[in-house]
Design a protein around this ligand. Structure first.
Ligand code: 1CP
Length: 370
């Protein structure tokens, strides 16, 4: 399961990417962009918008450049990563780029034997279940991800005033993949370890927190202007379990990022009951899925936090007037928060019509222009 970047043909296939004209940038400095300002609760010229999983899957130009290149390998090829990350910025005129990678890339880079299987997701060769398994997990050192720093630097050079969001998986979501061995609906083995051997669980999460921290730090030091910590599956936990078993580990990662002075977005799915705790773990922005309205989310997290969200991705398949009405409702509800970054409630579905996304960006920009 090698993931070494070595495909010159693919690198040549990437068109020379012209510098992104900062259509939506208010400043040549990404730290003064609408996205970063909204994250900090400062005034903006319009509500910034980007989409989780905007790079990839739904774009024909993505499928073309990825052809024949395995996912993990593609994430380690700076020319290709740069091209794929820029594609949705060029096409949709979103207010931020999200770094093209995957939450398991740092695990693979550290030496854990895994693959991303098309149509399945991450699959771990040897699931982590015992003390010996946790003990054997490697650490990640920055020199193992030199290519990630190279990709980020190339991107920042191309993006001008448009900010790049770096990201990593949060300890719980990474642990779930490692312990289950792959995607899981109910996280049975993960919860069995959590309850059966809290000491082992904490040792595992502490190691994963260090890996995520290194992955994020490399991206920020190379020029990313904001970070998002994806705890995609943490909605599977009760609030009490979240606070006891997960929050301290996510807080370790977010706390370290706070020292780098970039806004921190903290996101999970099905987290209505967890939102205040996810904010308190050290976020500036709390990501909200589509299950509760943003005004209710703002009430739950309080005035200290900006919000990100929260159009139901399935609505992208509805007739335009229904989408339009919902976008306008979300913009109104978002005004009750300290700041608002428009996004979907989860990732762009692979079969989405890309033109609908472009229209959503235009609508958000026009309707929120101040
Ligand atoms: O071969 C392929 O094309 C694989 C499809 C694919 C892609 C394009 C995977 C496998 N990952 C990605 C890229 C990716 N992963 C990005 C790209 C940047 C962007 O947002 O545009 C990002 C941010 C991720 C992060 C990621 N990977 C998350 C967190 C975000 C989320 O959606 O909740 C998670 C949970 C993963 C795991 C993963 N990787 C890939 C899949 C199919 C999955 C989910 C599997 C599952 O259901 O558990």
């Amino acid at each position: 399961m090698s993931n070494m970047p070595s495909n010159p043909a693919a690198a040549r296939r990437c068109s020379p990417h012209g510098r992104i004209e900062a259509v939506n940038a208010v400043s040549a400095d990404p730290r003064e962009s609408n996205l970063v300002r909204a994250a900090r609760g400062q005034s903006t010229t319009h509500t910034p918008v980007w989409f989780m999983r905007q790079a990839g899957r739904s774009l024909p130009e993505y499928k073309k450049v990825r052809e024949g290149i395995p996912m993990l390998q593609s994430c380690r090829m700076p020319e290709l990563v740069t091209e794929i990350t820029l594609q949705p910025v060029r096409r949709h005129k979103v207010d931020a780029a999200i770094f093209f990678s995957d939450i398991v890339v740092p695990l693979a880079a550290a030496g854990i034997d895994l693959d991303i299987v098309p149509g399945v997701g991450p699959v771990i060769a040897n699931p982590v279940r015992t003390a010996a398994d946790v003990e054997a997990l490697p650490e990640l050192t920055p020199d193992q991800i030199d290519d990630i720093a190279t990709s980020v630097k190339m991107l920042v050079g191309e993006l001008g005033g448009t900010p790049l969001i770096g990201f990593a998986g949060a300890p719980f979501t990474l642990a779930s993949y490692l312990v289950e061995g792959g995607p899981s609906r109910n996280h049975e083995h993960t919860k069995a370890m959590m309850y059966g051997d809290p000491g082992l669980w904490n040792a595992l999460c502490a190691k994963l927190a260090r890996i995520s921290q290194t992955f994020l730090q490399v991206q920020v030091e190379a020029g990313a202007s904001a970070i998002q910590l994806f705890d995609s599956w943490v909605g599977a936990l009760s609030l009490a379990d979240y606070q006891r078993f997960v929050a301290p580990h996510s807080a370790a990662v977010l706390g370290a990022m706070g020292e780098l002075d970039v806004p921190r977005i903290h996101f999970g799915v099905g987290t209505g009951e967890l939102l205040p705790a996810m904010g308190a773990a050290g976020a500036d922005v709390v990501g909200v899925d589509f299950r509760i309205p943003l005004d209710e989310a703002a009430r739950r997290v309080g005035p200290e936090y900006a919000l990100q969200g929260n159009l139901d991705p399935a609505l992208l398949f509805a007739p335009w007037p229904a989408i339009e009405q919902k976008v306008i409702e979300i913009l109104a509800a978002g005004k009750t928060a300290k700041g608002h970054i428009f996004n979907l409630g989860h990732g762009v579905p692979p079969t989405t019509d890309a033109e609908v996304l472009t229209r959503v960006v235009e609508l958000v920009h026009e309707h929120s222009a101040r």
